[in-house]
Design a protein around this ligand. Structure first.
Ligand SMILES: Nc1ncnc2c1ncn2[C@@H]1O[C@H](COP(=O)(O)OP(=O)(O)OP(=O)(O)O)[C@@H](O)[C@H]1O
Ligand SMILES: [Mg+2]
Length: 336
C-alpha cells in the first residue's frame, strides 16, 4: 500500500533566486493529490526535491523514516526505488522500442531474468492500453501514446509513490479524460500514493483527493479537493476558473496598480461560484480505491477546522458518496 510523504519547511533556491520557501504538507498514504501553479513556480523542482534529485536548502522530506534531503546518499538511493516518476517530456529514448524503454528500469535496477522482465513489461503495457505498439519507436507513435509509455515505465518497479509531471501536456481533451480515468484506475489497482502536477482544470476537478497550489514562492494552500474548489483565495479562484483577472499575470505576477485598474474596470467578470463535479470512480470491474475510505475518515475528522464552504462541499460529497454506502455519516456528538 502507498506510503505517506511528509514535507516539512522545505526551501529551495538556485543561487540568489529563491524558488519557494517553507513548503509544508503531507501526501496521505494511497491518496491522489494534485499540485497546481503557474509556469515557473517550481513544481518540477518540487517533484525533483521529493526524490532527492535536487537538494533543498532547508527542510525535510520524510518517507518511511528516511529524510530525502539530509540522509546519507545510499539511503536516499534505496528509498528512491519506491518512486515511479513520469517526466514532463516523456523522456523516452528515441532509438529504443517502447518495450525496451519500459523495460529499461528493470534492466538497470534489478537482476530479473528476461522472461520475468517480459512478463512485467507486457502487463504494464496492457494497463496503459498500448498492447500491439510495443515494437514501435517513440517517434512512430502519437504524443498521447508516448505519455502512456512514460507512465508504463514509471510503473515497472511497482512504485508505492507515483509522481506525474504534467501527464496531460500535449493531449487533446478526450485523451486527457481517458488519462484521468487511467490514473484513478491505477490508484484503485495498486493503492500507491500519487502526486500529479498539472495545469489541466478538468484533471484538477475530477481526479485528486487533495490539491495544493504554489504561487509567489509559497505553498498557497494544500488540503482536501473541496477546500481548493471552494476557495476564495484570489490566486486559487483565478487559476481554477482560468481567468485573466486576478493576481496571476502573463509572464509574472501583476503589480498593485495593474490589479487596482482591473478591479475598477466594469468589464471584469465577477467571481462566479464554481460547481464541484464528483470525483472519478474506478472503472467497472475494478476494486474500490482503498484510500477512499481512509480519506473519508481523515477529512470528516478535520471538518471543524475548514472554512464553511469547504465543509459544506465535503458534507455533500459524502452525503451522496457511492464509495462507502455501508457507513453512515457520523452524527455530531454520537459516540458510534
Ligand atoms: N537546475 C536548475 N538550475 C537553476 N535554475 C533552475 C533549475 N531548475 C529549475 N530552475 C528554475 O526554477 C524555476 C522553477 O522551475 P520549474 O521547472 O520547477 O517550474 P514549473 O513550475 O515546473 O514550470 P512549468 O509549469 O512551466 O513546467 C525556474 O525559474 C527555473 O528557471
Ligand atoms: Mg514543470
Amino acid at each position: 500500500m502507498g506510503i505517506e510523504v511528509v514535507v516539512e519547511g522545505l526551501t529551495k533556491s538556485f543561487g540568489k533566486q529563491n524558488i519557494w520557501q517553507d513548503v509544508t504538507l503531507t501526501l496521505p498514504a494511497g491518496e491522489v493529490s494534485v499540485m497546481l501553479g503557474p509556469s515557473g513556480t517550481g513544481k518540477t523542482v518540487f517533484l525533483k526535491s521529493l526524490i532527492g534529485l535536487l537538494k533543498p536548502d532547508r527542510g525535510r522530506v520524510l518517507i518511511n523514516g528516511v529524510d530525502m534531503v539530509n540522509s546519507p546518499e545510499r539511503e536516499i538511493f534505496e528509498t528512491r526505488k519506491l518512486f515511479g516518476l513520469m517526466f514532463q517530456d516523456g523522456a523516452l529514448f528515441g532509438s529504443m522500442s517502447l518495450f525496451d524503454n519500459i523495460a529499461f528500469p528493470l534492466r538497470e535496477h534489478t537482476r530479473k531474468k528476461e522472461a520475468e522482465i517480459r512478463r512485467i513489461v507486457m502487463e504494464r503495457i496492457e494497463v496503459v492500453g498500448l498492447l500491439g505498439a510495443e515494437r514501435k519507436l517513440p517517434g512512430e507513435i502519437s504524443g498521447g501514446m508516448r505519455k502512456r509509455a512514460g507512465l508504463a515505465r514509471a510503473l515497472v518497479l511497482d512504485p508505492q509513490i507515483i509522481l506525474c509531471d504534467e501527464p496531460d501536456s500535449g493531449l487533446d481533451p478526450v485523451r486527457t479524460a481517458y488519462l484521468s480515468q487511467l490514473l484513478i484506475d491505477l490508484n484503485a489497482q495498486i493503492d500507491a500514493t500519487m502526486l500529479i502536477v498539472t495545469h489541466n482544470l478538468d484533471i484538477a476537478a475530477t481526479v485528486p483527493d487533495n490539491m495544493g497550489m504554489l504561487f509567489r514562492r509559497e505553498l498557497v494552500t494544500f488540503g482536501p479537493r473541496e477546500l481548493l474548489l471552494t476557495s476564495e483565495e484570489p490566486v486559487v479562484a483565478q487559476f481554477l476558473a482560468g481567468r485573466r483577472e486576478g493576481p496571476i499575470g502573463m509572464s509574472e505576477e501583476k503589480d498593485a496598480a495593474a490589479l487596482a485598474a482591473e478591479a475598477a474596470d466594469p468589464r471584469t467578470r465577477a467571481n462566479t461560484p464554481r460547481e464541484i463535479v464528483p470525483q472519478l470512480e474506478p472503472s467497472p470491474g475494478l476494486p474500490a480505491r482503498r484510500a477512499a475510505a481512509r480519506r473519508r475518515e481523515r477529512v470528516l475528522g478535520m471538518l471543524d477546522r475548514l472554512p464553511p464552504a469547504a465543509r459544506a462541499a465535503i458534507e455533500r460529497t459524502y452525503a451522496s458518496a457511492p464509495t462507502a454506502p455501508a457507513m453512515p455519516l457520523p452524527a455530531a456528538g454520537s459516540g458510534s
